[in-house]
Ligand binder design. Structure first.
Ligand code: FAD
Length: 307
């Protein structure tokens, strides 16, 4: 097994200088759930591993009705799932977390790690995209904010610069009469990577009224998670009738470009995109209209298996 030096910076500044000093020979880690798999198989062979877990301030979750939700990069998927404000105001993110792996992995895996791993099948990514997330990035040259959709450069690749660290996510405050949901489809439920994941967010003028805005994000059907602006535009200003929702779902299916792999064929994935887009839009609209938003009810919807 390749060996490495293990480093535990206590501040962001210390982490930056370690990353600058060791350059491409160093790799950031947080919960290590992706790292350990790739290190054991020899896919990643860093000489220095820089663990962020001791840097204070990166594992907070704060909700303010005016500002929205701030989530530190080191927040675990389990803490995200358990947080009352996430469950109440950001159902797509809560259902993204609840459909994620088993409880052991959820207790280690961080939100920052899931995003920086940049897998198109990452379960929190469609929700974060549908919820219009901004990423705070700290590097040796200072701080910058980047919309999440500009972070991804391809499968497993981000636009982070050398020695930059993703530190925080900001999700805008939900407007009145808005709702969202994520649904994962996988052969073995939460215990497997998603073969398709869809998150939808809608905002209504009033309960049952026309749609003021919508965002639809697809996972595992393109090289990165993607939004579907053409389908979103079909909902804008419309009453969300079954016909309107079906037309948007068909458009999402048209836009998806999935590949065949061990989990599903591309054709199967494409047909699932339409099903999950339709269901997430229906449930997001129902939540926006004041339907039962209990987490137990959302959780029942969040994972769809093939069998
Ligand atoms: C058994 C198992 C089941 C899994 N099931 C799922 C699943 O159902 N759904 C799913 O989406 N994923 C799943 N995963 C993948 C994994 O758990 C997630 O991607 C996890 O969120 C990664 O977080 P981490 O903190 O463990 O990241 P790490 O493994 O520590 O790091 C992952 C990557 O992100 C980089 N990184 C981490 N934090 C930062 C940061 N703050 N700034 C910059 N770069 C950073 C690292 O350099 C590395 O490239 C599973 C993994 C395992 C082993």
């Amino acid at each position: 097994m390749p060996r490495f030096d293990y480093l535990e910076p206590q501040t962001l500044e210390e982490a930056h200088s370690m990353l600058q000093e060791h350059g491409s020979r160093a790799r950031i880690v947080a919960g290590c759930t992706d790292f350990l798999v790739r290190w054991r198989t020899g896919f990643w062979t860093p000489e220095f591993v820089v663990n962020l877990l001791h840097i204070p301030g990166l594992n907070m979750i704060r909700f303010d009705p005016a500002d929205g939700l701030r989530v530190g990069a080191l927040v675990t998927i389990q803490d995200l799932e358990d947080h009352p404000a996430v469950r109440e105001h950001y159902p797509a993110l809560a259902t993204g977390a609840t459909s994620f792996a088993g409880i052991q992995v959820r207790n280690l895996a961080t939100l920052g790690g899931n995003v920086c791993n940049a897998s198109p099948a990452g379960d929190t990514l469609p929700a974060l995209l549908a919820l219009d997330t901004q990423c705070r990035i700290n590097g040796p040259a200072g701080e910058r904010w980047l919309p999440l959709d500009e972070l991804f450069a391809g499968p497993g690749r981000t636009n982070l610069k050398p020695a930059e660290i993703l530190t925080e996510f900001h999700l805008p405050a939900p407007p009145p009469n808005s709702g969202s949901l994520y649904i994962k489809h996988s052969p073995r439920g939460a215990m497997d990577i998603s073969s398709v994941g869809v998150a939808s967010w809608v905002s209504l003028e009033s309960p049952g009224g026309p749609c003021l805005g919508a965002r639809i994000a697809l996972g595992a059907v393109a090289p990165t998670v993607i939004r579907v602006p053409s389908a979103e535009a079909m909902l804008q200003g419309q009453a969300l009738t079954p016909e309107v929702i079906n037309a948007a779902a068909d458009e999402a299916q048209r836009v998806a470009t999935p590949i065949d792999d061990v989990r599903a064929t591309g054709n199967y994935r494409r047909s699932i995109v339409a099903v999950l887009t339709r269901r997430t839009l229906q449930h997001a609209a129902a939540i926006a209209g004041g339907a039962d938003t209990s987490f137990a009810a959302q959780r029942r919807l969040a994972i769809q298996t093939a069998f």
